[in-house]
Design a protein around this ligand. Structure first.
Ligand SMILES: Cc1ncc(COP(=O)(O)O)c(C=O)c1O
Length: 385
């Protein structure tokens, strides 16, 4: 595998469509069924669908329209907006495609639009614009110089990129470090994009772990130029359902609904039924994340301290990242020492070339297994010191 990080550049179609190297790398490793899986960026949570769906279970494959609660209304209630501001999609990945289609205007002389995309990133955030006749330029979030606290932006670098761009795509709670923006960086991004007439597409699949706290700030609340994208995948542990949504102003939402119907026709009936059944109970998953943080994080913290590895712990969510000793290559580490100890974690090079010695670890699994997994990760770390 040559480069594993997301590809930036010019619009591509047909045989020039870039692979999503992250998933090409990750899916075969998941299939190895390593015993200690610290790679899940989403909560591992068992929903009791038999109880939640009750008698509806036998109907999952059938039409969901008659007498069925409206998903957009259900989402709107949870997020305190109107249903005219919600468009549903098959997961956040599709929501990124649909959001971009919904806000990008064709240019008069058919030039490709430029989209600034934050790096590091989940590859589809970067490569979606390339499929939709746009070119991308990266804007970086850097580890803090002092080693602790939020990852930071360089405003002059961002301004330079934003002045050329029509859209900015970001992931506030950043993958792989788990940190949200420093508050003045966040405000600067919102204000600068507003002044320059740029739409922000904010991938918020990780921010609901902050829901209920003062730090919970979805971008759709920041004005008509901001679109929030979210799904049931990460915080709610339901990736296989492929249920996501966009929250945006009324006009963009209407465009998004038209784009969704064009690309997907209707939402899958099983997806709608299962999502509607689980929505009233979503806070259970957020509670579970709090519990896992309380029990699992001290175990990780202590192990990293024993190994003299600096740890910049994000205040929310289920994953964080650290630099391996002696700048060891984390891809080699995961496929060598980790595999030998049946541990799976995610190399930083999946998200940005600069992160090739960083390792993402998640505390999204139940505590007994997590504690064992950390001991095995420690053995792997000792073997490369
Ligand atoms: C930032 C980000 N957005 C979206 C996704 C995937 O979301 P979904 O499963 O809802 O498409 C991921 C998965 O790793 C991610 O890291």
């Amino acid at each position: 595998m040559d480069s594993t990080w997301p590809h930036h550049g010019s619009s591509t179609t047909g045989s020039e469509i870039h692979p999503i190297q992250y998933l090409d790398w990750y899916i075969p490793r998941l299939q190895q069924m390593r015993k200690y899986n610290l790679s899940y960026s989403g909560l591992q949570y068992v929903w009791d669908f038999e109880t939640l769906l009750a008698q509806d279970l036998s109907d999952v494959g059938y039409h969901h329209i008659p007498n069925f609660p409206n998903s957009e209304q259900i989402i709107a209630e949870r997020y305190g907006v109107k249903s005219e501001n919600i468009a549903i999609t098959h997961g956040a990945t599709q929501a990124l495609n649909i959001a971009l289609l919904a806000c990008i205007e064709s240019s008069p002389n058919n030039e490709n639009s430029i989209v600034a995309v934050e790096s590091p990133a989940y590859a589809p955030v970067v490569q979606t614009p390339l499929l939709l006749n746009c070119d991308t330029i990266p804007v970086q979030r850097h580890p803090p110089a002092e080693g602790f606290g939020p990852w930071r932006i360089n405003k002059s670098e961002w301004l330079d990129a934003l002045q050329k761009s029509k859209v900015l795509m970001i992931t506030p709670q950043l993958n792989p470090c788990g940190w949200d923006y420093e508050s003045s960086d966040r405000q600067w991004i919102i204000d600068t994009c507003k002044d320059l007439g740029i739409t922000i597409i904010s991938d918020e699949v990780y921010i609901d772990s902050m829901k209920g706290t003062d730090d919970y700030k979805p971008f759709h609340l920041e004005g008509d130029h901001c679109i929030s994208v979210n799904s049931l995948t990460k915080i709610y542990g339901l990736g296989p359902l492929r249920f996501g949504w966009i929250i945006a102003n009324k006009d963009i939402t209407l465009n998004a609904k038209r784009a969704f119907l064009t690309l997907s026709g209707m939402m899958a009936s099983p997806t709608i039924r299962l999502a509607n059944a689980v929505f009233p109970h979503l806070d259970l998953a957020i509670e579970k994340i709090k519990q896992y943080r309380e029990i699992n994080l001290p175990v990780l913290r202590e192990m990293l301290a024993r190994q003299n590895i600096a740890w910049n712990e994000p205040p929310y969510g289920v994953f964080g990242a650290f630099k391996l000793p002696n700048d060891f290559d984390s891809m080699k580490f995961v496929d060598g020492a980790c595999a030998a100890n049946s541990v799976l974690a995610v190399p930083g090079s999946m998200f940005a070339p600069e992160l090739s010695s960083w390792l993402r670890v998640a505390w999204s699994i139940e505590p007994e297994l997590f504690a064992e997994a950390i001991l095995h990760l420690e053995k792997a770390l000792i073997s490369i010191q």
